[in-house]
Design a protein around this ligand. Structure first.
Ligand code: SF4
Length: 155
């Protein structure tokens, strides 16, 4: 999957555009998710998300996706799982100090962000990982959050 995720970073603008259309679609389907029950939808959604994002991004299902702020390079593939990087150990060739065969995910993130319309989001400091969310669908989480905001607090 390493080659695939590097390819995705090189085409980060395409994936940014795809997500730009995908997220509103997910949010528009909120009535359906609600009718089915979010708790019931969670498991199948998690399977789909893990399959698609695992293939494309080596997604680790952290539950709170930040790909659109990290050049489509998943920060959870950093051996130190740094949500804000890089650390001081990046080699002069841009590779990781822990896994020297791998390019630093934050070097990749910077590269990917340069191709994106909203690439400046890489400068936003990310919150620490909330491990209570691990294994949950970040897609459904985005829908819930968006609906919550749109309704001024009610789902
Ligand atoms: S940031 Fe989290 S949800 Fe997004 S690709 Fe990485 S592990 Fe998966």
């Amino acid at each position: 999957m390493y080659k695939v995720r590097r390819w995705v970073v090189r085409h980060s603008r395409l994936f940014e555009s795809l997500y730009f259309h995908f997220e509103p679609l997910l949010v528009r389907l909120h009535p359906l998710w609600r009718r089915l029950g979010y708790a019931r939808v969670e498991a199948p959604m998690r399977v789909v998300e893990k399959g698609v994002k695992g293939l494309l991004f080596d997604c680790q299902m952290c539950g709170k996706c930040v790909l659109s702020s990290t050049g489509m390079s998943c920060p959870m593939n950093c051996p130190k799982t740094l949500r804000n990087g890089p650390c001081g150990g990046v080699r002069s060739n841009g590779h990781c100090e822990v896994k020297p065969e791998m390019r630093c995910v934050w070097v990749e993130a910077w590269t990917g962000s340069r191709n994106m319309r909203e690439g400046e989001r890489i400068h936003v400091v990310q919150q620490p990982v909330d491990y209570r969310l691990k294994g949950t669908s970040s897609w459904l989480s985005v829908v819930r959050q968006q609906v919550h905001e749109d309704n001024g607090g009610d789902q």
